[in-house]
Design a protein around this ligand. Structure first.
Ligand code: ZN
Length: 211
């Protein structure tokens, strides 16, 4: 029939299909597009903490750490700077200052070449002093928890391709969506068919009272 009602139903049908195509699979962390109709079922798994791996953390509560970012060789030379020191391509001299007596105070920056630098420096007969100065940056982080632990190895099954594998093989992915200027996350990605939200996993909370 040519009633206006028919047209409405067709329009409604189009709209509904588009929404189904953009549906976000529940439990996959949100934001990633999946065609949920292609999946048979989403299986749910609980991943318990492996009691044998629970260890108290020595640095529990610590909320900052230091990281070595460089090693500087401070040296003092009484007399001429040897050309072997200046010409080496293994490192670079970042600072040299001459005093009025012609002695040199200098700094070499070398993160992983300190053995070589030390060799070159100590082979220079005019070397007077040499000190290694490590440089750290300190950065803040969440307080280290009281315990560290690992989870039990649980076999899970993909709801799309039915493959079975360890939950540790599930992958996560982050993608940048240019058009909408946001990050899309996909979790529980199957290592075999690469589809997100292939199952649901719930990890035991570290706050369990019997740990
Ligand atoms: Zn799969």
């Amino acid at each position: 029939m040519d009633s206006p009602l028919n047209g409405d139903i067709v329009a409604g049908g189009h709209l509904r299909r588009r929404l189904v195509g953009l549906e976000t699979t529940p439990g996959n962390g949100g934001g990633f597009l999946n065609f949920s109709s292609m999946k048979e079922e989403t299986k749910k798994y609980f991943i318990p903490i492996n009691r044998d791996t629970v260890k108290p953390n020595e640095n529990a509560g610590q909320d900052s750490s230091k990281e070595l970012v460089g090693v500087r060789h401070w040296f003092y030379i009484s007399g001429e700077v040897p050309t072997t020191l200046e010409l080496s391509t293994d490192y670079h001299i970042v600072d040299m200052n001459w005093d009025s007596d012609g002695n040199v105070e200098g700094i070499i920056e070398a993160f992983d070449q300190y053995v070589k630098v030390r060799e070159v420096l100590t082979s220079a007969e005019v070397l007077d002093k040499h000190e290694l100065r490590a440089e750290y940056i300190e950065y803040g982080h969440r307080p280290v928890p009281d315990f560290s632990f690992e989870y039990e190895d649980v076999e899970v099954q993909c709801g799309y391709c039915s493959s079975k594998f360890s939950h540790t093989m599930l992958k996560e992915q982050e993608e940048y969506d240019n058009e909408h200027d946001l990050y899309l996350y996909s979790t529980e990605i199957c290592p075999v068919c690469n589809r997100g939200g292939c199952c649901e996993v719930e990890y035991e909370s570290a706050g369990s009272t019997d740990l």
